[in-house]
Write a protein of this length. Sequence first.
Length: 556
Amino acid sequence: MPRTALAYPSLPAGAVLAGAARRWPDRLALTDGQRSLTYAELYDRALRCARGLREHGIAPGETVLLMIPNTPWFSVAYWGTLLAGAVVSPANPAQPAAPLAAQLADSGARAVLAYPGALPSVYAADGPGVRFTAVVPGPGGPVAPDALPEPPAGRTVLSADDLLAHGTAEPAHRAPDDLAHLAFTGGTTGRSKAVRVLHRNVIANAAQAVWVRAAGRLYDDGGVLGVVRDEAAATPHHSVPGAESTLAVAPLFHAMGLIGMVAQTVIGTTAVLHTRFDPARYLADIEAHQVGSVGGSPTMYRALLASPASAGRRLKSVRNVNSGAAPMDPETRRRLAGLFPEAVYTEGYGLTEATMALTMCPLDPAARTPHGTVGVALPDTELSIRDLLDPARELPAGETGELWARGPQITDGYEGHPELTAGQYADGWLRTGDIGRLDERGHLFLSGRAKDMLIYKGYNVYPLHLEDILAGHPAVAAAAVIGAPAGEAGEIPAAYVVLRSGATATAGELMAYVAERVAPYQRVRELHFTDALPVSAAGKVLKTALRERHAARGAE
């Protein structure tokens, strides 16, 4: 991937949709199979949403929390909030009341836009600063008012029609350093934190992704965002602006889905929205829309391959299969190549504190991308591997340590938590908390989270390596390894395994399988079978929940 310095127009994030609507007004922007919007229609709805927010008292800089699944209304609400000059705080639409109350407080939300299924949590959370709740259609379309739950006394509740009834707004002026998102971390290592994502962070990460995925460069096209393709850099695997379709399966409230949506809007992609992962519909939509690129997590791809709907299929329209959220095991990657025979397989890596992405793999088979890497640094991004005990000491290529990163996508810290910000952000660098190494060509290889690494009799043991080995066993569908307390030995590797449908294996057999492939100190010492691993909405295994489960098992 070239290290070409990119241009980052000094435009607010709302200029992305304005540019797409100008360039491709009649192109289908999104569809969920029931409702569809062109880019012109989406921009008009978003401007009406912006006007409605203003008419109901939302001022520039105030926060609007969204609890909407992957439906057309998520896009309308997201772009409408930005065009109103307000701050978007996306939340999991299945969030229970207690954590939602914490997010409302941490974000300082003044309005909530929610689909009907989220209303019980919204009403129970009772955010003290929320002025009104707007109920927007969910996956099944509008719900009759008398079928909605009763709001608490004194709560102002609007309908989607109420919000869109005031005409269109003029897009608000926002500066590059103004706040665009309050994006909550996944909570895989504890309570979610609100990350301050600035408008320039959104534009920068979208520009980086568009360069990698479409060989496109951004420019200021008279106040809206324009894109031009660098034909000399493009390969047959790159997306063509204005001529691409993709599946939006990753949750749009998560960084991967959200910034992916922004980048896709930059290049006029048609997004086929999925509110939940259904393998049969996923595969059918690829064929129906001749989808050129797909994205997801290893958890999703394993479920896809396990589905009878994938048997015997070879989907040749797909030119790029991208995976994120967690490292991919070699066996799953091998099987995906059979399902998508014309595709380049790529991985990426990022985190909410980096807007979305820090690394991606180039879409060029001639790049000789080594197996197991999550890519190289995005343009204008620096990666540094630091000593775990002495973060000031940078390690040479090939040595393993903690990953630090610096670039235009690095966010502005945590809202309301200067002490947490000081611990993760230093002199423009982000301390990611992930362990990895860089090779001589700059490819990043991850070993796992620093908090996941365990020490057995003085040796560092990285769970990801053991998980990859277990996933290579023909009976294993998924595996996660944690450190279990073991007295003077420190911690021992304890594995939780999900077997493939119809497969059989014993704990002893699987532990012996790993032992044949690792040093003695790395062997799995406990193995437990489970029906499913606890995962976040983005497909990341919740190691904290797994440790709690293991502790409860020990207590019993």
